[in-house]
Design a protein around this ligand. Structure first.
Ligand SMILES: *Cc1c(COP(=O)(O)O)cnc(C)c1O
Ligand code: SF4
Length: 357
């Protein structure tokens, strides 16, 4: 099937070729700037292809062919471009390439590590903490992080129509103690802006809501996702916006990501970062300090450093809490206080995330 974007691109090249016909030193047509949906559609899904593109041994691909739990590899080119060629230990590769260790059963590592089934108060709606409700907008993401605590989450088909959002909206409207709605997933920005704008507009009609929070990794994975349309619907909505992005390593912030984050900040939207403490990725004071400083330079405030949730298939990423506490102490000794994230652990049934350091 030829997608619309492909046809547009072909048409563009045809016009361009005609306009330069007959010119001796005809310049190549500039590559059309890919929109985020084409980048996502063209993402690498085949471990063998990923390993070939990155100059990695085929044996690494073989281990990734059959990830446990049907959670396949997904890496868009924009993220792949930041992975070092030929380095099997690259910290970005570690986040996205399935390893044989995913299939080991480890005591304590569960499919629903946070007991979220108990926090579901309606279709796609989680209410765990006072004053805040979380909408699971979609199961889709721009990348499949191997350590994702919702990798086994039973995502319902994401609501697409106003009628399908209705039960969650009615529940929020009936609970006057809720002041903030968190759009989560999956990744809410995997949905088109038209759909998100409609949902946000419905939320803004609920008088007791004050704030709208968006938890997303998309601006970091596919920076083209920060579109004018996105900034425009967030900006024009009555609710005070907060965007929480997810970055785990400074190498994830290339120039395009920096520009995308700056655009969000310059649109007047506060941006926070959450990060997961991961063995072989960022369990190192130097790496975490560089990440926090880079974020602060971009006016993105480090928010949480999460202890890994014990989700089945991710045990090989675990870092002991004592190590995490020591890392935070090291960060405190070298960074301004505002640049040190809170180190937290999620506990099923707790009144808030538990602060470890
Ligand atoms: C983490 C989380 C929140 C947000 O918690 P904050 O401490 O406000 O960032 C809200 N709802 C659920 C279900 C969560 O897991
Ligand atoms: S982007 Fe977030 S929700 Fe999606 S796979 Fe990664 S950690 Fe999970």
């Amino acid at each position: 099937m030829v997608r619309f974007a492909d046809m547009a691109s072909l048409a563009f090249q045809a016009v361009d070729a005609r306009s330069v016909a007959g010119c001796a030193a005809a310049p190549q047509p500039a590559p059309r700037r890919a929109d985020w949906q084409s980048v996502l559609a063209d993402a690498v899904r085949d471990p063998a292809e990923l390993c070939r593109l990155l100059g990695l041994p085929a044996s690494m691909a073989a281990a990734a062919e059959h990830p446990a739990s049907g959670y396949p590899l997904l890496v868009p080119q924009t993220y792949l471009a930041r992975i070092r060629h030929g380095d099997p230990d690259d910290p970005l590769l570690a986040q996205v390439l399935p390893r044989a260790a995913e299939q080991f059963e480890v005591a304590g590592y569960r499919k629903d590590p946070l007991g979220e089934a108990d926090a579901a108060v309606g279709p796609g709606l989680l209410s765990k903490y006072r004053g805040r409700s979380l909408i699971v907008t979609t199961g889709a993401c721009a990348v499949h992080c191997r350590f994702c605590f919702r990798r086994h989450f039973p995502f319902p088909d994401s609501p697409r129509t106003a009628a399908q959002w209705q039960p969650a909206l009615a529940r929020i409207a009936s609970e006057t103690s809720i002041h903030e709605v968190i759009l989560s997933g999956g990744d809410p920005l995997a949905l088109p802006d038209t759909q998100l704008a409609q949902l946000a507009a419905r939320l803004a009609e609920i008088p007791h809501l004050k704030r709208l929070r968006i938890h997303t990794r998309l601006p970091v994975v596919i920076p083209q996702r920060v579109t004018d349309e996105l900034l425009s619907w967030v900006h024009s909505n009555r609710l005070a916006p907060i965007m929480v992005v997810h970055t785990n390593h400074p190498a994830e912030i290339d120039d395009a990501v920096a520009v995308a984050l700056q655009r969000i900040v310059e649109a007047g939207i506060p941006v926070l970062n959450q990060c997961v403490l991961l063995r072989g990725v960022n369990d190192d004071a130097e790496v975490l300090a560089e990440l926090c400083e880079r974020l602060a330079d971009l006016r993105v405030m480090p928010y949480y450093l999460h202890q890994l949730d014990p989700v089945a298939g991710a045990a090989h990423f675990a870092v002991p809490e004592q190590t995490g506490i020591r890392l935070i102490e090291q960060l405190r000794a070298r960074l301004p206080g505002y640049a040190v994230p809170r180190y937290v652990r999620e506990t099923p049934g707790g009144a808030s995330k538990m602060v470890l350091a």
